[in-house]
Design a protein around this ligand. Structure first.
Ligand code: HEC
Length: 151
């Protein structure tokens, strides 16, 4: 075998190996549904709350802007994924995986007030932190928006 053939087979080997690795890493990020939740339950008074805002284009647009770009310190998409399926940006570590909003089995059991409370206060012991800069109105807009991923 001459040098160039050796090199070629090495390169092919490397390519095959990295494809395998990529396959494995997508497996571990695969959408989980139903999803195990590490998130605590909101206080009773929140669980009974209903979204006071109409589910209209204006509210969904504002929420999209927050979810995909503007929420501080980082936008929701980095952990929850552009499509809300819990497959975030691989450069952002989220422990455990962020909530998969497209999973109706999990989401249908969660009242609006539960989602509101977690966005406001964060989910202790997970990487979901409190978004304390968001107004009540912005959080309720986000609640409509994340529910829309499952529809
Ligand atoms: C740094 C990563 C990260 C970012 C950024 C993030 N989340 Fe989360 N989110 C998580 C994790 C992790 C969980 C908890 C998963 C679990 O309970 O197993 C979670 C859970 C949630 C829940 C679940 C509530 C429940 O009761 O199950 C909601 C709602 C939510 N996030 C909304 C948002 C919104 C809206 C934003 C942006 C304003 C956002 N998240 C940004 C990581 C993140």
């Amino acid at each position: 075998m001459d040098i160039s053939k050796k090199m070629t087979s090495k390169v092919i080997g490397l390519i095959l190996f990295s494809t395998l690795l990529m396959g494995l890493s997508t497996l571990s990020f695969a959408e989980e549904c139903p999803q195990t939740r590490k998130t605590p339950t909101a206080p009773k008074e929140f669980l009974n709350m209903q979204n006071p805002l109409p589910n209209n284009d204006k509210n969904l647009k504002s929420a999209e802007n927050l979810f995909q770009e503007k929420a501080k310190p980082i936008a929701c998409k980095f952990c929850h994924g552009v499509k809300g399926n819990g497959e975030g940006d691989p450069d952002f570590e989220s422990t455990p995986s962020a909530r998969n909003f497209t999973c109706a089995t999990t989401m249908d059991k969660l009242p609006d007030g539960q989602l509101f409370w977690i966005i406001r206060n964060g989910s202790k012991n997970t990487s979901m932190f409190a978004f304390s800069d968001l107004s009540d109105q912005q959080i309720w807009q986000l609640v409509h928006y994340i529910r829309a991923f499952g529809k």
